[in-house]
Structure formats: C-alpha cells, structure tokens
Write a protein that binds this ligand. Structure first.
Ligand SMILES: Cc1cc2nc3c(=O)[nH]c(=O)nc-3n(C[C@H](O)[C@H](O)[C@H](O)COP(=O)(O)OP(=O)(O)OC[C@H]3O[C@@H](n4cnc5c(N)ncnc54)[C@H](O)[C@@H]3O)c2cc1C
Length: 387
C-alpha cells in the first residue's frame, strides 16, 4: 500500500511482522466476504477467536499473556484492519482499547485475572457503554446511575449506539455513583446475562454495516462491589479509554484511505476511455496526486503520534488533532476514489463506497469532528467553547 516517503524503512522487525500478519489475515479470511457481510449487515463471527489467537486485542498492553508490542506495531495493526473495513477495526478497537484497557489500567487483580485472558483470546466479547440516548457529545451529563445496595450496587439507565453490545459477554458501563459525594462517574463490569440487562440490536444502519451495534438497557441491575473498577473516579476513566481508541482510529483511517487510493489507482490504469487509460488524463492525475499527498501527511502524523506515545509525551489533544485530520482525509479520499470509478464505483464490487459510508460513523464516533475542533480550539486559546 502507498508509502510515498518510505516509512517502511524505519519499521522494526516486530512492527513489520504484525503488519504483515494482519494484512495476510484480512486478505485470506475477511476481504473475500466483507462486501457480503456489509450488504447483509452481519459481522464475520468466526474471526473473533481467530483475531484473539493472533493477538490482535490490546497487543500493546503487558502481562496476562498479551503481546506487549510497540505503539507503532499496534497502530499498523489498526491500519491493516481498517484497510479491509472500519467494522473490523472497530471490533478490535472496542475489545482492546475500550474494554481491556480500562480493566488493565483501573481494574482489581481479580478483575484482570478473570477478564483479560478471556477477552485477549477472543473467548469473550466486551463492549463500552458511555453514550446515552440524550447525551452523546456531552457524556458528563449522563443519567445512568448506581445506588449502593447491601454488598453492591443497583444500576439503572440506558446506553445506546454501543458497538458489539448484542454479542457481548461483558459491558464496561459508565454510571454516576450516587452513594458518593458529587456523584462521581465510575466504571462497572456488567455481565450481559444478568437479570435486568437487555442489549437490543440497532438495525437499519447505512454505515458500519459489518459491525453489530446495540443498546444497553439497565433495569434495577444488581452488581457486586467487586464489579466496580476500583482505581478510577470521574470522567478521566472513560476519557482515557477514548484517547487509546482514538489513537487507533487515527491509524485506521490511513488504512481505509490507502485501500481507496490503491483501488482508484488500479482502476485508473485499467479503465480506458477516449482511447487511453483514464489515469492518463490530467484531471485524474490531479486527484491521485492529491490523495497520495493527503494520505502521506496523515501517515506522518500517525507515525509521530506513535513515537510520542512510546516515550510518554502523547497528550489527548495530539490524538484529537490526528483523529480529526486523518478521518477527514479518509472521508475526502473515499469520495474522490469513488468518483474515479464512475458507475462501477457505486457497487459493492469495489471498496471505496463501502469505506465512504463507514467513515460517516468514524467521523462521528469517539468525539465528532466538531468536538475535536473544540478540543483543539481550547488547547490553542485557553478558552473553552463547548457551551
Ligand atoms: C455505529 C456507531 C457505533 C458507536 N459505538 C459506540 C460505543 O461502542 N460506545 C459508546 O459509548 N458510543 C458509541 N457511539 C456513539 C458516538 O460516540 C456518538 O454518536 C457521538 O459521540 C456523537 O453523539 P450523538 O450521536 O449523540 O450526537 P450529538 O452529540 O447529539 O451531536 C449532534 C451534532 O451536534 C454537534 N455538536 C454537539 N455538541 C456541539 C457543540 N458543543 N458545539 C458544536 N457542535 C456540537 C456534533 O458535532 C454533531 O454534528 C457509536 C456511534 C455510532 C454511530
């Protein structure tokens, strides 16, 4: 795939290995059927454990039989998965960055022992419940709450737009703890087969169709005191998970754009009109030149983020800039690639239109493009403009 400024040369052996493993995996196991899954709005369930066996869930974490690879290797993995489909990358992102990461960072030893091996091997599926029907961009206004009850808590509320909730074994539910002063937000590990939990599927999505999305309704759900993540209180909990996941999205968006670019380049070389390949016309060359340049800019930003993350200098605002820039780039690239394919470009035979539809979700979730603009605006001026 496009690597115009030769970033490949700076990759370590482990980084190449995980990238190539992921690339081969999607080529052999996912790409052949992904358009059908997308059309049918199904997820290829058989790959959940296979991705676990390959160490694709939270491979940048340590202990618990996790690979502990570099942040760049993790980013390259996200890039390769999303080059196939944003729904596949979303599965790995949620499981790794939004479920395993908070258990790893904020969980008790017992919680880690119980969940990290199962989730890491893909023997259990997890989801992350933050968004609510009335609170999306402003999750701190959440209504879902926990009341102390004997040896545990009772949870009530509802979450929506939750990736994987209908196929999950466990949900990380963020709720306000009314048993403490100021009702701090806390993370609860809620097994989805508990009495009072329902996880209805959301149908009729026109984006991210090869991904299962649902709700989490909590109706007097009793959880034990041992089910609360003990080491975090407040919005820092969910927001730090989102920083991990957004880092992966910044890389994943590059993969989706690369796949669109390669498809358009091949098509421009093969397709003839007016007696020559359409890639021989200046108008089409301009589109290719622009796509290649913007992908390269986004790649450089992702690689820089990996270096900052590895040495502990990555700030959430850096991640906001990269998520915002790279997803917008992928959105534009998919649209341009689609148009270069003419009528064929609107079919499922080619990937750009599928990527284009998927990226509408990626542009919206994990902080909308607008919200990342406001995060950067606040960082640059010192003045918050959210309200
Ligand atoms: C397929 C899919 C999967 C998802 N998976 C998950 C998941 O696993 N877990 C989870 O918790 N959530 C998930 N989400 C939810 C996602 O994070 C939210 O949709 C997102 O945060 C936006 O919230 P909202 O949809 O309520 O939009 P709103 O917050 O209602 O925003 C609507 C519009 O208003 C704009 N806006 C909002 N506030 C401001 C402001 N202050 N200034 C200017 N403009 C503003 C937004 O940018 C947007 O354009 C998922 C969403 C989708 C579509």
């Amino acid at each position: 795939m496009l690597d115009y400024v030769g970033l490949e040369a700076d990759l370590g052996e482990e980084e190449r290995l995980i990238r190539d493993t992921a690339r081969d995996f999607v080529e052999d196991k996912v790409r052949p059927d992904i358009a059908d899954h997308w059309q049918d709005a199904t997820f290829p369930m058989e790959i959940i454990e296979e991705m676990g066996e390959l160490g694709f869930y939270a491979p940048n974490l340590d202990g618990y039989d996790l690979p502990n690879v570099s942040e760049k290797a993790y980013g390259l993995l996200m890039q390769e998965l999303e080059a196939c489909d944003s729904g596949i990358r979303s599965m790995a992102s949620v499981q790794g960055a939004l479920v395993m990461y908070p258990i790893h960072a904020f969980g008790s030893d017992a919680q880690k022992d119980e969940w990290l091996p199962k989730l890491g091997h893909g023997e259990a599926v997890g989801c992350f419940g933050l968004t609510e029907p009335n609170h999306g961009s402003n999750p701190s206004a959440m209504e879902t709450h926990a009341e102390a009850d004997g040896d545990g808590y009772v949870l009530n509320g509802s979450k929506t737009w939750i990736t994987n909730s209908p196929i999950s074994d466990v949900a990380v539910v963020w709720a306000k703890d009314r048993s403490e002063d100021d009702d701090p937000v806390r993370g609860f590990l809620v097994e989805t087969d508990k009495a009072g939990v329902t996880t209805n599927k959301i149908d009729d999505k026109l984006s991210l169709r090869a991904s299962i999305t649902g709700e989490i309704a909590l109706d007097d759900v009793h959880v034990d005191a041992d089910d609360v993540l003990p080491h975090v209180r407040g919005m820092k909990g969910p927001l730090s998970c989102l920083t991990q996941a957004r880092y992966g999205i910044a890389w994943g968006a590059v993969g989706a754009a690369q796949d669109c670019f390669e498809t358009a380049l091949q098509y421009a070389t093969d397709r003839e009109q007016f007696g020559k390949p359409i890639g021989g016309f200046q108008l089409q060359q301009r589109k290719l030149a622009e796509m290649a340049t913007q992908i390269t800019n986004a790649q450089l930003l992702a690689h820089r983020l990996a270096d900052l993350k590895a040495r502990g200098d990555l700030r959430p605002q850096h991640v906001s800039m990269a998520k915002r820039n790279n997803v917008r780039m992928a959105r534009e690239t998919a649209k341009t690639a689609r148009e270069m394919l003419g009528g064929n470009g609107i079919t499922g035979d080619y990937s750009p239109m599928r990527h284009m539809a998927n990226i509408e979700t990626v542009y919206t979730y994990e902080g909308t493009h607008d919200i990342h603009t406001l995060i950067l605006g606040e960082d640059l001026t010192g003045i918050a403009a959210f309200e």
